[in-house]
Design a protein. Structure first.
Length: 181
């Protein structure tokens, strides 16, 4: 077998190469599939006034069974594959199907719409990630869709807990955008 005959994770599949991120298409797909989620990550930083480039749409989905079922169907329909397989054996990567999503793992996925990170366990909230983010989320409009964005305070807490260089820069830029410096 060669090329496309090798299956969804084959080297010639469109999703095995980075695709230009299309957040509008991802938000549309999430809305049409009625996925309940909270936006986190780089796009949430932008929603709080400190726009910056990002490689992925980062979401925390509602862990309710029906929501995860819809999300699993969506991931299949947009040809999602694990984005970074280089450091893992195939059996070490959790499946991003319904069973894998039930395990409350985090997934870095490459799709035909761009990269999508599904984050269900985020420091410092751990097992309470969805409960906390959902409680404080704010509705915003993006590309003609209502998008629930993590709160300013929750975003700062996640950035502090992650502690990477980009997170420290994000904190400074978000605070500057709010004139808190």
């Amino acid at each position: 077998m060669t090329g496309r005959d090798q299956g969804r994770n084959g080297p010639d599949e469109p999703t095995s190469r980075r695709v230009v991120l299309d957040p509008a298409a991802i938000f549309k797909a999430l809305a049409e599939t009625e996925i309940d989620y909270v936006l986190i990550g780089g796009l949430a930083v932008g929603a709080h006034g400190a726009g910056r480039a990002t490689k992925a749409v980062d979401i925390c989905p509602d862990p309710a069974e029906e929501n995860l079922r819809r999300l699993a169907g969506l991931l299949e329909s947009i040809d999602a594959v694990n984005a970074d397989k280089s450091q893992f054996k195939p059996d070490e990567l959790p499946a991003h199907d319904l069973e894998g999503l039930r395990g409350r793992g985090n997934f870095r996925l490459r799709t035909r719409l761009g990269d999508l990170d599904v984050m269900q366990y985020v420091d410092p909230f751990e097992d309470e990630t969805w409960t906390i983010l959902d409680r404080h989320a704010e509705d915003r409009q993006a590309f003609g869709h209502t998008v629930r964005v993590c709160s300013y305070e929750d975003l700062l807490e996640m950035k502090r807990a992650a502690g990477r260089d980009q997170d420290r820069i994000d904190i400074e830029n978000i605070r500057a955008a709010r004139r808190e410096l």
